[in-house]
Structure formats: C-alpha cells, structure tokens
Design a protein. Structure first.
Length: 341
C-alpha cells in the first residue's frame, strides 16, 4: 500500500502491551447475520449509474444486474447509523476507543478490495457478516503514526456468497503531534521526523500506468485529453482500458476546450498534509464536452466557489517535475483571457 512505512512495533510506546491488545481483536466478529436495509432494486441501480456516468446496458431492463462495485452499497446503514442494526457487536467501537485512548484519534480510509462471486439482481435479499481481519503493527506514514485496521465483510444473496469486501483504514496521530501511550510521556514532535508542511514539501506524485500514461503526456503538452471510444464515440474520463457503453477496447482522444462548470465541490480544512495549505477547494468540474474531472479551483477565495460557477482550465507547475490541470473562475465576458498566475 502506498505511503506505508516500516513496522515500528518495537519502538517506545509499545511497552504497555498496546500492540498485543490490538492483535487480540483479529478474527473477532463485528457483525453477525446483518441484513441489508433494502433488497437489490432498480432505483438504487439507476441512481448509482447516473452518478457514475455508467451507461452499460447490462444494468437496465428486465434482465438487469447490479454493477459489481455496488457490492457494499446494499449493506450500508444510511444516515440513521448502526445503533438499531441487528447482529452488530461492539467490537469495532471497542477497538477504536482503545486507539483513541492511546492518542491515535484521527482516521482516514486508505483502500478497499472486492471479490465478485455472483451477480446481484433486483429482488435479491442481502445478508452479511463482518470481522476484524487484521490490525497492523505500528506504522509511520506521511499523515502520521498509527495502525492499519482491515475489516472483511462476506455478502450473501439468499444462501449464496455473492462477494467479499475488504475495507482498510488508518487510525493515526497526525504528524504534528505525538501519540501518547498510557503511562508514557510524550516524545519529540512527529513533524521533526516527517518534514515540514507547506511550501517546503513536495506534492505526492500521480500514479502513472499503462492505462493513463497518455493523459499525463497530454498534461505535459498543456492538453487535457479525453478518451473517445473508437466504435461508439462515447467520451470517458477518467481514462479506462475499455468503453463502459459498448465494451470496446479501441479508443482515440480529443482535447478539451477547457471550459466547464463546478458540478460539486468541497472545501478542505483538515487534516493538514505536507505541501497543501488549507483551506482549499476541490471541485468536480463538468467539462463542456460532458465528462467530469476532479481538480482544484484556484485564483478565487474558496468560500466563493459555488455549484454552477463557470471555470476555465489552466496548468499550474508545483515543482520541477509536477504540473497539474487546475481551474480558475471564468472571467466575465468581455474582459479577456488571463494567463495562469
């Protein structure tokens, strides 16, 4: 997993037996005989596909199946929370309380893994069991020092196992402060070990692979390239190996004109992270071509960003190696186009 440091379980702060206590949670059930709030149903499938921009015909009509990546969605509790859910134990709360008491009070989701064994169809009744699969030794990451906790959920349709969902989080003490183990006084600030935040730090590098290398080559030429299916002409972004509409593996690209609007956004205040200076606006921008991209809105106070705001593409260099597409608030008509500041 990106960002993991070496195992530090032998360092100061583990002498209180915290690591052994955490390991004692491995294999313990978090939910037994959980029941999905709703059967698999066409409205939820439709909403999911609309949000994801997935037009695959397999998800429509009388023989429709649910998108495999919806696997966890059928188990979620919704805004009402877990308090009244049958089969839920207190083990997850106990584990988090133990970490909180030791000073690991922050949390971030790191990744998930899913295995699909049986298609889900409208009308399927969902049940599930979950357990704490593993708790890592103490790790140091760029965010801070903490423990990775992995939960495994087995999801069934009737008596058949439909799939498995593994969800991993990092429970950590932010790098600006040290975790406090019970009975152990605080040590030097983690900031001294992980580097300064702000201007002196480098932004994380994008993951470039064979599926998206062409996009980053385009960024290097100040072109925002969108994939276009060579068979049905459907545009897609982010870059993917195949077309979600017809399944074709053949594609070419078109360059975006750079005009768009803010479809949704969030203003990030916390947690602080090296090379980022909160608050800043992260937006889902709908390009004039019809696809959407996640980027920063810059050059305007973040509290002035609004849904529907017209924006224009620019390219901002962050260091000698990294240049990224960002968006400015579009200037009023007739004022002329300004360059990237």
């Amino acid at each position: 997993m990106n960002g993991r440091g070496g195992d530090e379980s032998s360092r100061t702060g583990e002498g209180d037996g915290l690591a052994e206590r955490l390991k004692g949670y491995e294999g313990r059930p978090a939910t037994t005989g959980g029941v999905g709030r709703d059967p698999v149903n066409a409205p939820m499938i439709r909403h999911w596909c609309e949000a994801m921009g997935d037009t695959n015909p397999a998800y429509r009509g009388p023989d429709a199946v649910a998108p495999p990546t919806m696997l966890q969605a059928w188990t979620m509790s919704g805004l009402s929370g877990h308090a009244d859910r049958p089969g839920r134990s207190a083990v997850y709360d106990e584990l988090f309380a133990l970490l909180d008491d030791a000073g690991y009070t922050s949390i971030v989701a790191t990744d998930c893994e899913q295995e699909y064994l049986r298609p889900l169809r409208p009308g399927d009744e969902i049940t599930f069991d979950s357990m704490i699969e593993s708790v890592s030794g103490r790790k140091t990451t760029k965010l801070g020092t903490g423990y990775f906790v992995t939960t495994r959920m087995d999801i069934r349709a009737g008596d058949e196992l439909a799939g498995t969902h593994r969800f991993r989080i990092l429970k950590y003490a932010p790098a600006q402060r040290s975790p406090r183990a019970p009975g152990v006084s605080g040590s030097a600030s983690d900031t001294a070990r992980t580097g300064n935040t702000g201007a002196g730090a480098r932004r994380p590098r994008p993951v470039v692979n064979r599926d998206n290398a062409g996009f980053w080559e385009g960024v290097g030429r100040h072109h925002l390239l969108i994939q276009r299916c060579a068979d049905c002409g459907t545009l897609r972004f982010p870059w993917l190996p195949g077309c979600g509409a017809c399944g074709s593996l053949d594609w070419d690209t078109v360059a975006s004109g750079g005009e768009g609007t803010v479809y949704s956004y969030v203003v990030v205040h916390h947690p602080p992270f090296p090379a980022f200076d909160p608050p800043y606006a992260v937006a889902l921008v709908e390009l004039a071509e019809g696809v959407r991209i996640v980027s920063n809105v810059v050059g305007v106070p973040c509290d002035e960003v609004r849904i529907g705001m017209p924006v224009r593409l620019a390219f901002r260099r962050y260091d000698e190696e990294l240049e990224l597409p960002v968006f400015h608030a579009a200037e009023p008509a007739g004022t002329g186009a300004g360059g990237e500041g």
